[in-house]
Design a protein around this ligand. Structure first.
Ligand SMILES: [Zn+2]
Length: 237
């Protein structure tokens, strides 16, 4: 018998399919075709999805699931606002800051939903930015984190926590100056360049070691169904 979570997921997927149709007509999701898109893989239950969390989060299962279930976030359809307060990411973020990002304790972070987010031709899942200049003055914030509400509906619980962790990893502090700063990705590279030239820079070698270790670990686990791998989706800063 399908669980409540699975039923809710099915409803979310059906609603998203409707929205995707709208997106395609607006030219935002040109990569998707209703005939070529394979059916979504079956979702794991929340309990299975939350096995093997990173060690510092091992005791935080229940807290994270409660944070993800925050009912103040928009449900069903987007209301038409440009920005809305993002409650679930903020609640997850508070847990992650305590367990994984102590340098961000005391920093002011504004958490926002946007209905859609794209940049440089791809769908963005999230974006982290420094609240500097006038924005910082009026928001009294150090960082502003935005999340793509439409894409969030299709992420598993584990993927949602990973996304919040990703955006928080962009946020840091210069301990000497006491100033906030944005940290770039460890690696930004084309697959075709690695195919032709291999691990041609030291950061790529280090990244490949991490990916290899993670892939070996994943071999012993049930595969996490994610989105269609051909979609150009990025979690950008
Ligand atoms: Zn990023």
């Amino acid at each position: 018998m399908p669980s409540t979570t699975e039923i809710n997921d099915a409803i979310r997927r059906a609603k998203r399919d409707q929205r995707s149709g709208k997106d395609r007509s607006a030219g935002e999701r040109e990569d998707e075709s209703p005939l070529e898109t394979p059916p979504p893989a079956p979702r794991r239950s929340a309990a299975a999805d939350f096995q093997d969390l990173p060690k510092p989060l091992a005791t935080k299962h229940a807290d994270l699931l409660a944070a993800l279930a925050n009912s103040k976030d928009p449900q069903g359809e987007w209301s038409g606002e440009k920005y809305l307060q993002a409650h679930a990411p903020a609640d997850v973020g508070r847990i992650l800051i305590g367990a994984l990002h102590p340098v961000l304790q005391g920093r002011v972070i504004k958490w926002l939903w946007r209905e859609h987010m794209t940049g440089r031709g791809v769908v963005l899942l999230g974006k982290a930015r420094l609240a500097s200049g006038l924005v910082g003055h009026f928001s009294r914030a150090d960082f502003i984190l935005e999340f793509n509400w439409t894409e969030w509906q299709d992420l598993s619980e584990r993927q949602r926590v990973a996304l919040v962790d990703h955006e928080l990893t962009h946020c840091s502090t210069d301990l000497e100056k006491g100033t906030s700063l944005i940290v770039p990705h460890d690696v930004e590279e084309f697959g075709s360049i690695v195919e032709k030239w291999g691990l041609w820079r030291p950061p790529l070698k280090r990244f490949a070691e991490i990916v290899t270790a993670a892939a070996q670990l994943a071999l012993g686990l049930e595969e996490t169904p994610a989105r269609n791998g051909s979609e150009p989706v990025a979690a950008e800063e």
